[in-house]
Ligand binder design. Structure first.
Ligand code: BTN
Length: 276
């Protein structure tokens, strides 16, 4: 079963779609050295996982023009029409699982810096994995990993940026909570350039994390964290609570001061901002 699956992945490897455009001007060192491109897949995270299972090297990227079964955190659907930037990177870090989960901050920092520095957008990071503009989601990150006991076999870092489509393309229920680069900038962007700049910053932030640990990543991430100091509603696995978002600590946990004055540390959950 596994062998058959790998044979089919190998045929994808040898078919090598023309990815010249994506690799043009790419200055990343290992990220993007192998790129697999498809016009349409179910989910690039699933594709990257298959590639990783079959031995793909660190930095291998699966990119698709559109996804038919794009996935978000907590098993949510991720709307992924043509015009967006949907890709997943295979990583093989020498980290413990508890350290590898913080790669979500590495990814959201790289996205926030790219959108800010390339387009001058005043983006914000929102714990744990969102990049927002004017309170609307521009990008999502889905980190998945394969572990054996305390060993990380590989990580798949999936990144989705709402790029070249306008508000009316979103399903009704997403229009108040999501936006796109085209909406905010008033024009389309060159996806190959966005992909290249993003991949470089992802690689730099990833290497910084491996070499110097979480502190420098977290410090830069907090510069974008407009939700800190604001009233939030947090849903963890068991309950919903409201309070003041105080800080994100060195484990990546969110500290919230509840209305009764107690401080709660949340490691997994979702934050929504209350109106100013
Ligand atoms: C979230 O905000 O819940 C995470 C969304 C992650 C979406 C990206 S798009 C590329 C990759 N493939 C997927 O199926 N999901 C991620």
């Amino acid at each position: 079963m596994f062998r058959t699956k790998c044979r089919s992945v190998r045929s994808v490897l040898s078919r090598k779609v023309n990815v010249n455009k994506l690799q043009e001007g790419l200055r990343a060192r290992s990220f993007g050295r192998s790129i697999f491109f498809s016009h349409e897949v179910g989910s690039t995270n699933d594709w990257a996982e298959e590639l990783a299972q079959c031995g793909a090297e660190q930095g291998t990227v699966a990119v698709a023009e559109a996804q038919t079964a794009g996935r978000g955190r907590l098993d949510r659907e991720w709307f992924s029409p043509k015009g967006g930037l949907w890709f997943s990177i295979v990583l093989r870090p020498k980290l413990l699982p508890a350290q590898a989960v913080r790669l979500v901050f590495v990814a959201s920092l790289a996205v926030a810096e790219t959108l800010h520095e390339e387009f001058g957008l005043k983006v914000e990071t929102k714990w744990p994995n969102d990049v927002l503009l004017n309170g609307k989601k521009m990008c999502g990150i889905l980190l998945e990993m394969s572990t054996t006991e305390e060993k990380v076999n590989f990580v798949v870092m999936g990144v989705g940026v709402n790029a070249n489509f306008t508000e009316n393309v979103f399903p009704e229920e997403l229009r108040n909570v999501a936006s796109s680069l085209e909406n905010e900038l008033g024009h389309q962007v060159r996806l190959e350039d966005l992909f290249g700049r993003l991949l470089e910053r992802l690689e730099n932030a990833y290497e910084l994390y491996l070499e110097r640990g979480f502190t420098p990543i977290l410090e830069r991430w907090k510069e974008y964290a407009g939700f800190l100091g604001r009233k939030v509603e947090v849903a963890d696995q068991n309950q919903k609570m409201s309070g003041l978002a105080l800080d994100v600590d060195r484990d990546g946990a969110l500290a919230v001061k509840l209305e009764n004055g107690t401080i709660r540390r949340v490691l997994v959950g979702d934050v929504s901002l209350q109106m100013r």
